[in-house]
Design a protein around this ligand. Structure first.
Ligand code: IVH
Length: 716
């Protein structure tokens, strides 16, 4: 558990009143973590810390059984469906498993089974031992052998309908094979992602400035629970079958027989599963799997033992949320204590500043760890992604003794700081405000944990990425100058920044060794390249703006800016004026207001553009570039419409069109759509229940139109 500042009272010593309060606190805390884990796919504590919370809650309830309520974590599974998907009622609830943490817990489990079934002390029930896959469980319903629905576990009774997403997973058959296919058949198992696929996906996500997942489990859950099925389809999800729900007929009388049947029906069953004849045999399996854990392609967090005979499973039944016939034997979290020597800042290819802990090397679960991720500035301070404290709010400092854990077998993380060992001289870490690679100022957007370098045009850590972007299809689109050539030119030191592309020919003419004489080039290809570059010296304004690689400026926003400012001079001047007004907590310049008022450009985008121009070296690189190229003015919107050049404000609830449609049409006709009413407003189009904007319009004497008036105006 997040190391409590107060040492918790021993469960044995709690008074009943204390127990009640403590249970309520634990229930709340567990509920919060459930939500983060199950609904947001973004846990903030380790699995073992979570288990510790639950164990304490269970222990208190065991001592005070009358304090158990419906709201107790022991009575619930997972978290209610998120509301992002339709709900599915499970025909048979999807339950959870009790945990064993020691060999003794495992033999206690078998003893309990024996007692319950009234078996002799020397009778050993056969047990199927399965790796416990660390993914998310899924229930697949087949009717007449055909996949009809797929649902997540949710709270165990109601899950989320992810049928369309699941149809994109290769391991999930759309149709069952074999003769023994029950007419109604629910197969359950785990959706997971291979460790290598997770790493590759994260790399891609990082490069695209998209969500980076903490571990393969979150990555699998996040990938499955996508509103856009195409995104799920692009993610390498896999599936192991190991259980079932409703079945009209049962193809076998044993767990191992059922698994064999699933294999025949077309599912993938984990190949490591073994049928064991004694407690010693299951424990030997546990150790063997534990040793192989790091080298498996996927994460597992323990081993599951299941009584093999299904008639015995039935007799054993369930206690509250878990079966009596199965138990999960968890692996101990792999942790070790070491010293954090130094915090380094790495600059990603898109400018994200990521802190990395350099550790005195230490072995964690058989792997030597010398670096750990520190994620971002807040993480070092002890603040989680959601603004809540992590590690009980304890910050991380250079010189600290820390506990490291290999989370999900992949990225080592710092779980806690040993405060007793903090050197007196250790100072709170000061996160750099400038980029260590280029010295440009680094900024954080509102509600963003990441600090980013603003030196888009000049930062060496970002150079190759920026250059690739600069020549890409929607930017300068220079034929014969693709990613490979850029990479090569950068390595050779001939193209280090955008302007170098346009001075290449001149410099080459003076060079001792000409490009055409170099390996891989020839007279013709070099001539063609220079011609292609020259052809792009005349460039449309929106392409140039897009090419700068400013955060949030995609093609659409680049066009909005180009259309608004019209010419490169107007754009440049306005941006420099806005940049002058930029200071830590805001910008009051008129130029900034004007930028921010462009329909479709909000604070975040406006800030990103202004931060770019607030970095003098970007401006220098930009101006150098402008000396080499001719920027064509943007196409002006249609001048002839009755509303062109007018400023319009839409307010109240519109019934004839949506706000976005209204805005798009108005803009197409050359009007400017503003968010607030001022003296400059020409028309206020008021729908039903219009409020303060309408009042203001009347006060200022601005023309107020109904939706119909507006339609008449633009159509007329
Ligand atoms: S059996 C009624 N077998 O562990 C019991 N579960 O803590 C049904 N899990 O929700 C579960 N591998 O997501 C079972 N071989 C396995 C498993 C497994 C992973 C997960 C599953 C379940 C959770 C229970």
């Amino acid at each position: 558990m997040a190391k409590a500042t107060k040492t918790p009272i021993d469960v044995d010593k709690l008074t009943k009143a204390q127990a009640r309060t403590e249970l309520m606190r634990l229930a709340l805390e567990i509920e919060t973590h459930n939500e983060r884990y199950y609904q947001n796919d973004a846990p903030t504590i380790s699995d073992s810390d979570y288990d510790a919370l639950r164990l304490r809650s269970d222990a208190i309830e065991a001592r005070f059984p009358d304090l158990v309520t419906k709201e107790s974590p022991s009575q619930k599974i997972g978290a209610a469906p998120s509301g992002r998907f339709a709900k599915v009622q499970h025909a048979v609830p999807m339950l959870s498993l009790g945990n064993a943490f020691s060999d003794e817990d495992v033999s206690d489990f078998v003893d309990r089974v024996r007692r319950f079934l009234r078996l002799d002390a020397d009778e050993n029930p056969a047990i199927v031992a399965e790796p416990k896959i660390d993914g998310l469980s899924l229930s697949l319903r087949y009717e007449g052998g055909e996949l009809v629905s797929a649902a997540t576990r949710g709270d165990g009774f109601t899950g989320e309908d992810v049928t369309a997403n699941v149809r994109t997973i290769k391991d999930v058959p759309h149709e069952l094979k074999g003769r023994q296919v029950p007419s109604i058949c629910e197969v359950r198992g785990e959706v997971y992602m291979l460790k290598q696929d997770f790493l590759a996906l994260n790399k891609k996500q990082m490069e695209a400035d998209d969500t980076v997942f903490a571990n393969p489990r979150n990555s699998a859950a996040g990938s499955l629970r996508q509103k856009d099925v195409a995104v799920t389809a692009s993610r390498p999800l896999k599936f192991f079958a190991y259980a079932w729900g409703e079945m009209s007929e049962r193809p076998s009388e044993t767990q191992h027989g059922m698994l064999a049947w699933m294999g025949k029906a077309g599912f993938i069953v984990n190949p490591l599963i073994e049928l064991c004849k004694s407690v010693d045999a299951v424990l030997a399996f546990y150790r063997k799997i534990g040793e192989r854990r790091a080298s498996l392609g996927y994460d597992i967090d323990g081993v599951v033992y299941k009584i093999d005979r299904l008639d015995w499973q039935e007799r054993l039944g369930f206690v509250s949320r878990s079966p009596r016939w199965a138990i999960a034997h968890k692996f101990a979290a792999e942790q070790a204590t070491t010293v954090l020597e130094k915090i380094d800042i790495q600059v990603g290819r898109t400018g994200a500043l990521t802190p990395v802990a350099r550790l005195t090397p230490v072995t964690v679960g058989g792997v030597v760890v010398s670096n750990a991720t520190l994620h971002n500035e807040d993480y070092i301070k002890g603040i989680g992604n959601d603004g809540q404290p992590i590690r009980d709010g304890v910050d991380i400092r250079e010189g600290d003794t820390v506990v490291v854990q290999r989370a999900g077998d992949v990225i080592p993380q710092i779980v806690s700081v040993v405060l007793d060992k903090r050197p007196k001289s250790a100072k709170p870490y000061k996160f750099p405000q400038t980029c260590p690679a280029c010295g440009s100022h680094a900024v954080r957007e509102e509600d963003e944990a990441v600090r980013r370098c603003t030196g888009a045009l000049i930062c060496p850590a970002q150079a190759v990425e920026r250059l690739k972007h600069f020549v890409s299809r929607l930017a300068f689109d220079i034929e014969g100058l693709g990613e490979k050539q850029i990479q090569q030119f950068y390595q050779d030191g001939v193209v280090m920044s955008p302007v170098d592309i346009f001075t290449l020919q001149r410099r080459d003419a003076r060079a001792a060794k000409k490009l055409a004489e170099q390996e891989g080039y020839g007279e013709t290809s070099v001539r063609n390249l220079f011609a292609a570059i020259d052809a792009r010296r005349n460039i449309e304004l929106h392409r140039l703006i897009f090419a700068l690689g400013i955060r949030h400026i995609g093609e659409g926003n680049a066009k909005l800016l180009a259309r608004h400012y019209g010419t490169i001079d107007a754009f440049r001047e306005a941006m420099l004026a806005a940049a002058k007004g930029q200071h830590g907590n805001g910008n009051s310049s008129e130029a900034y207001q004007d930028l921010n008022d462009i329909a479709g450009i909000g604070d975040i985008v406006a800030n990103a553009v202004v931060e770019f121009f607030a970095e003098p070296r970007n401006v220098k690189a930009f101006d150098e570039l402008l000396r080499e190229i001719e920027v064509l003015p943007a196409e002006k919107p249609r001048q002839s419409s009755p509303v062109s050049g007018k400023t319009v404000v839409f307010t109240g609830s519109l019934t004839k069109f949506t706000r976005d449609e209204a805005k798009a049409v108005a803009e197409r006709l050359g009007a400017k759509v503003a968010g607030s009413v001022s003296k400059k407003t020409d028309y206020v189009v008021a729908g039903e229940d219009a409020g303060s904007k309408l009042t203001k319009a009347r006060e200022l004497g601005v023309t107020v139109l109904s939706e119909d008036d507006w339609l008449q105006l633009i159509e007329g």
